[in-house]
Design a binder for this molecule. Structure first.
Ligand SMILES: [Zn+2]
Length: 481
């Protein structure tokens, strides 16, 4: 019997300052593909996503909108849930940092850190960018402004509780350098190492409640609320629903994120875990940013793209496919609707959709005759290795070059003239293998194809061949736009 492994994957929890956009969709789709792939391999999977709902920025935005913070975050969290459903995201839990259970657990660990004397009271003075909800060092500012938000940070000087982050510096460096706390890609790991080598400073983990009230109260001082990041990190623990889930799935096998939150994830997060004697996550993977038609995505440029618009106009699988194939996972990329449309029409409708319809129409009229199937063993192995290595774009390249071969094969063998039952057998089985391998990327389409040809999406059916055709009704898989 093959040993079942556990696989715990997380996305960052999304800050609810605005509705989900294509960037949050991207990370979540990538995590979903890894979750579905591992399920296909027979592993036990826990996939966590959710929303980060406290902090000064939310307090401000809600005030501006004339709403109570809780009303405001309820509304946005609902939008995230709805969007993820439409994106066909298979998450096992959706954590919200305003969940009762989460708040209780965060208070517990704050108390524990305080009891361990890892939190002390002092006067904290720092630059703080509300946009990032992060402290900034002077060196990070460009012309005195946050490079991301182009705004001058606040100068905070107030009574605060401070976490002894500096005392974890050497331990963290060792863990990161030795890949026991693996940060990937390599260039990101190098950046983190040089940042830590400059010296980690202790950080404030609280704000005066009179200034920031939208946060979790410190259990040992009711005048203070907890710094939003400490609260947010703990979602990865509290998001595992039960003690049983925790015992089974802790720690995360992979945590996906964009570069803007890597630094905190590479320092504060593991330091908290070390302080509280938790096993560290195995791997942090940093994916790239993307521009929209060559420009930075921003509200002021008016080029923020809603995933819902794209799902509606094309299909959910088109969006999932495009983002994973055209943007090299781990590198920056560019999004353009024109290119997505081209992918939809050429690769999905013409190549994949057409092949499936043609073969189904032929197999409906004549039966299959068993023969040596087209060799997909190498494809299966390659795809497996590439996905495990997080080269998702390359895995899709492999599968689609196999689809190209199937298209060439049907063209050269002309089964519509010859009615060659052996050729049909090979084509049907080739389609089966490609759609099983594609199922984590395009679950909806693969399920439709599985229904047409009457096979199951599983590892087992990769190794079994379809011997008789029992074709069910064929709908057009991708309507051209
Ligand atoms: Zn900023």
């Amino acid at each position: 019997m093959v040993k079942k492994n556990k696989f715990y994957v997380t996305t960052p929890i999304y800050y609810v300052n605005s509705a989900p956009h294509i960037g949050s969709a991207y990370t979540t789709i990538a995590a979903d593909i890894l979750a579905r792939w591992n399920k296909l391999q027979g592993n036990d999977v826990f996939f966590l996503t959710g929303t980060d709902e406290h902090g000064q920025k939310i307090q401000q935005i809600a005030e501006e909108a004339g709403l109570k913070p809780k009303e405001f975050v309820d509304d946005i969290a609902k939008k995230f849930k709805e969007t993820f459903k439409l994106l066909n995201i298979s998450n096992d839990n959706f954590i919200r940092t305003t969940d009762e259970k989460h708040i209780k657990e965060v208070k517990k660990i704050l108390q524990e850190l305080y009891d361990k004397k890892l939190i002390y009271k002092g006067i904290y003075e720092a630059y703080y960018c509300v946009g990032c909800e992060q402290y900034k060092t002077k060196q990070e500012l460009i012309d005195g402004k946050c490079p991301l938000h182009k705004r001058e940070p606040q100068i905070i000087k107030e009574e605060s509780y401070i976490f002894k982050l500096s005392s974890f510096q050497d331990k963290l460096l060792k863990l990161i350098k030795s890949d026991k706390y693996l940060i990937s890609p390599q260039k990101r790991k190098n950046e983190v190492i040089s940042f830590i080598e400059e010296g980690l400073k202790d950080i404030s983990i609280s704000r005066l409640k009179s200034k920031v009230n939208w946060g979790i109260e410190l259990p040992f001082d009711k005048e203070h609320t907890c710094y939003v990041w400490i609260d947010a990190f703990w979602n990865y623990v509290t998001g595992l629903d039960t003690k049983k889930d925790f015992d089974k799935f802790w720690s995360p096998d992979i945590q996906l994120m964009a570069n803007d939150i890597l630094r905190v994830h590479a320092t504060i997060w593991p330091a908290l875990l070390l302080a509280l004697n938790y096993e560290l996550p195995k791997k942090l993977f940093v994916h790239g940013y993307f521009t929209i038609n060559g420009e930075k995505m921003s509200k002021s440029l008016g080029n923020v793209i809603s995933p819902l618009y794209l799902i509606d106009k094309y299909s959910v699988d088109t969006l999932r496919y495009y983002l994973m194939r055209k943007i090299v996972f781990g590198e920056d990329g560019d999004f353009s609707e024109e290119a997505l449309k081209e992918s939809h029409n050429n690769e999905l409708a013409n190549k994949w959709g057409n092949l499936v319809s043609r073969v189904a129409a032929l197999a409906e009229k004549c039966s299959l005759e068993e023969t040596t199937p087209l060799n997909s063993k190498i494809l299966i192995k390659k795809t497996q290795a590439l996905i495990e290595n997080l080269e998702l774009d390359k895995a899709l390249n492999e599968i689609f070059s196999f689809i190209d071969q199937l298209n060439e094969y049907i063209q050269s063998k002309k089964p519509w003239e010859t009615h060659d039952k052996k050729v049909l057998y090979q084509l049907v089985n080739g389609i089966k293998d490609a759609s099983i391998l594609l199922s984590p990327f395009m679950p909806e389409t693969s399920e439709k194809i599985a229904k047409i040809f009457n096979f199951e999406i599983s590892l087992k059916s990769l190794n079994e061949s379809i011997k008789i055709s029992k074709i069910k009704k064929v709908d057009i898989l991708f309507k051209k736009v």
